[in-house]
Ligand binder design. Structure first.
Ligand code: RUQ
Ligand code: CUA
Length: 678
């Protein structure tokens, strides 16, 4: 206890000191001469004029990052159904970049004619069933690549909840390089998480689908024909791309698999996926049946899935898989026989499943249960070893006994969802219904203070209806104990009224070194899509390029074969094809007149030959729906048919220089009729 008191006393002193400072400032004593005209006087006047309390002023100082200075952290946030990913500085909560992932985005020239974006978007169209070109996604869970259980600042993975896809973003240029339609998964949720050394990135199905993927079965054959998958997607360490040949999936029962997390340290080699609807309800409220949500929330327990991926690698190596739609699949029976999959009862419509930094505990929040349930990985292993099962599920998967593996429960409040951690053995759980965050202690194995294990310490209200929450470096083996962000689903009255669609609301919270009490620092509206989850990485781990090496193809991150240096510009005409090697440089395109004939295929390679930081040009052609971002050093390739005759202006879309407005040219498409006359 002594230790804790000392910290409290220190903290109290700190608060007093700060309070004194603020009071001194507020009293106009800032410049020490007491005339109230110095900095202190100004502060006082500003606070008065703006109606700020000393508390407000303290929070403003905590969040403030002076002009020209950098934030300590970057948040990599999903963008929900905007299909994008946001990069946000923390604590300032300034948006640094919106990264296009699944949705065309003109600023970055993603999906507007440049080869890089068009290729990525095209690759991402599911092959089964073939058809529609997908131009949006619902990004939910970003996962930064890890080395030794720490974010390493190399790659970002994010799932598309709507279409079961995964995107890979390269943190060298913060551009998306791959969109993969994950086979045998129609919608996804669980994960994304990377394994502690980025061997795999994991995603699992949300709703099951008729198997094999691409077949049809009515929902009344749900139990027999529908299946889910836990996909372990192999990461190529050099490029960050997912290599499907070395990936595998594990067939899982047709429950609705939900959030998932990777085992780490003590539990490395395992993954955990929560689930609901183990009732296997399928809805049918207009057909005389029960609404889906009523049928899906009857059972007192659903199942946490524990998956031994290390062991699964051996099963794949032994050839015990089936190839399905281009990926190796371990069938459910094999997974059972080989001891890869176990089920663990989790109370009442669970949602989050989060592994603590030590890997010893897995914390589950049941949406309809006021408790968080904390499972012990050691107890799980002992139960598996002793075959201490309560039976099997309808598919024969062994179910561990709740009492054998549960380490503790903490009654936190209404609607617990997700849990994050600090390094001191505390968990922080978001509560959707209560619009609050609860802080509690984990088991004595990891509690570093002399606090009692499994005890609620405090709750803090948030505004409103929180979904996820994230602590700085929160999913690593060593979270920082300073900041937490609440990702609130509703904002209701927090911002000026701008119509029925409200922004989401991020709230920055001070963790105070894990010692608490939790304190709300700032609000941040997000008016672009619905962020679900975020990971917060130390900014000193960023290793992004300042400019691309000359002639880089952003898709491959290698030299574009069509790259040129200044002076290498040329035009070649070959039958119906016109191929142009163009340079972009402040403040001109060379050549600045492109002459083609109606119906010609145009192959255009534009190199931004500059190596100056931030010397980005754009390239847009009127009425041709072409728009590219030509970042310094980048070569961008286009191929299109000049199917609209006319004289079209092309211009640079980035205000790059004093003569930016002059950085333009003509795309002359001679009508076929006129050409024929000559
Ligand atoms: S979850 S609805 Cu991240 Cu709470 Cu997707
Ligand atoms: Cu180049 Cu504007």
């Amino acid at each position: 206890m002594k230790h804790r008191f000392r910290i409290l006393a220190l903290l109290a002193l700190g608060v007093l000191a700060l309070g004194a400072l603020v009071v001194a400032a507020a009293c106009g004593g800032g410049d020490g001469d007491g005339d109230g005209n110095g900095a202190g006087g100004d502060l006082d006047a500003i606070a008065k004029a703006r109606g700020l309390t000393p508390e407000d002023m303290k929070h403003a100082l905590q969040q403030f990052v002076p002009p020209g200075k950098y934030d300590d952290y970057v948040m990599i946030s999903s963008g929900g159904h905007s299909g994008q990913v946001f990069v946000i500085g923390m604590p300032s909560m300034r948006i640094l970049k919106v990264i296009a992932a699944f949705t065309p985005e003109p600023w970055q020239g993603f999906g507007y004619g440049a080869d890089w974006g068009d290729t990525v978007l095209e690759q991402g169209n599911p092959t089964t069933p073939a058809g529609t070109d997908l131009t949006w996604g619902d990004t939910h869970h970003p996962a930064i690549s890890e080395t030794g259980g720490e974010y390493d600042g190399r790659y970002i993975y994010i799932n598309d909840r709507a279409n079961g896809r995964v995107a890979m973003i390269d943190m060298r240029d913060f551009r998306v390089k791959q969109v993969l339609a994950v086979p045998n998964i129609q919608t996804s949720h669980g994960g994304m998480f990377v394994t502690p050394n980025s061997e795999y990135v994991h995603v699992s199905s949300k709703f099951p689908m008729p198997w094999p993927a691409g077949s049809y079965a009515d929902v009344n054959e749900y139990k027999e024909k529908y299946r889910g998958a836990s996909a372990w997607l192999k990461i190529d360490q050099e490029t960050g791309r997912i290599n499907l040949d070395e990936s595998f999936e594990i067939e899982i029962p047709p429950y609705t698999q939900d959030l998932a997390d990777a085992g780490k340290l003590a539990s490395e080699g395992w993954g955990f996926i929560g689930s609901f609807n183990t009732e296997m309800a399928t809805g049918g409220d207009a057909e005389g049946g029960e609404p889906l949500e009523a049928g899906a929330s009857k059972n007192n327990f659903d199942f946490l899935h524990a998956i031994n991926w290390k062991k699964a690698e051996g099963v794949i190596a032994a050839g015990k898989f089936e190839e399905m739609n281009g990926v190796k699949v371990i069938r459910l029976q094999t997974a059972i026989d080989e001891g890869l999959l176990y089920l663990i009862p989790e109370p009442k419509s669970p949602h989050g499943a989060d592994v603590d930094p030590s890997g010893k505990y897995i914390v589950v929040g049941g949406k309809l249960d006021p408790n968080v349930t904390i499972y012990s990985f050691d107890k799980m292993q002992a139960a598996i070893e002793a075959k201490d099962f309560e039976g099997t599920d309808p598919f024969g998967v062994p179910i561990l006994k709740f009492d054998s593996v549960m380490a503790g429960q903490v009654e936190v409040g209404a609607g617990p969802l997700h849990t994050q951690f600090d390094s001191k053995g505390h968990g922080y759980t978001s509560m959707f219904l209560a619009s609050a965050i609860a802080k509690f202690t984990l088991g004595e194995d990891v509690v570093t203070t002399d606090e009692e294990p499994f005890k609620l310490i405090e709750t803090i209200p948030v505004h409103y209806n929180i979904g996820h929450l994230a602590t700085a470096e929160g999913d690593t083996v060593s979270p920082d104990d300073n900041y937490m962000v609440a990702l609130n689903k509703w904002s209701i009255d927090r911002y000026a009224p701008i119509g029925p669609l409200h922004p989401q609301n991020f709230q920055l919270i001070d963790l105070k070194g894990g010692e608490g009490p939790l304190e709300l620092i700032a609000d941040m509206p997000i008016g672009i899509g619905e962020p679900h989850y975020t990971q917060i990485m130390k900014a000193d781990k960023l290793k992004a390029l300042e400019v691309y090496p000359p002639g880089t193809d952003a898709l491959t991150m290698t030299t574009d074969p069509q790259a040129i240096e200044a002076g290498g510009e040329r035009v070649e005409r070959n039958g119906n094809t016109v191929e142009v090697w163009m340079s972009a440089q402040r403040s001109h395109f060379t050549p600045d007149i492109l002459r083609v004939k109606e119906g010609n295929t145009v192959k255009l390679h534009i190199t931004n030959v500059e190596q100056t930081r931030d010397a980005t040009h754009g390239f847009a052609i009127a009425d041709y729906n072409i728009q590219a971002s030509l970042e310094p050093g980048e070569t961008s390739d286009f191929e299109f048919v000049a199917d609209k005759p006319g004289a079209y202006n092309f211009y640079c879309t980035e205000f790059c220089s004093a003569l930016h407005l002059e950085m333009a040219g003509w795309f002359l498409v001679e009508p076929a009729a006129a050409a024929a006359l000559r």
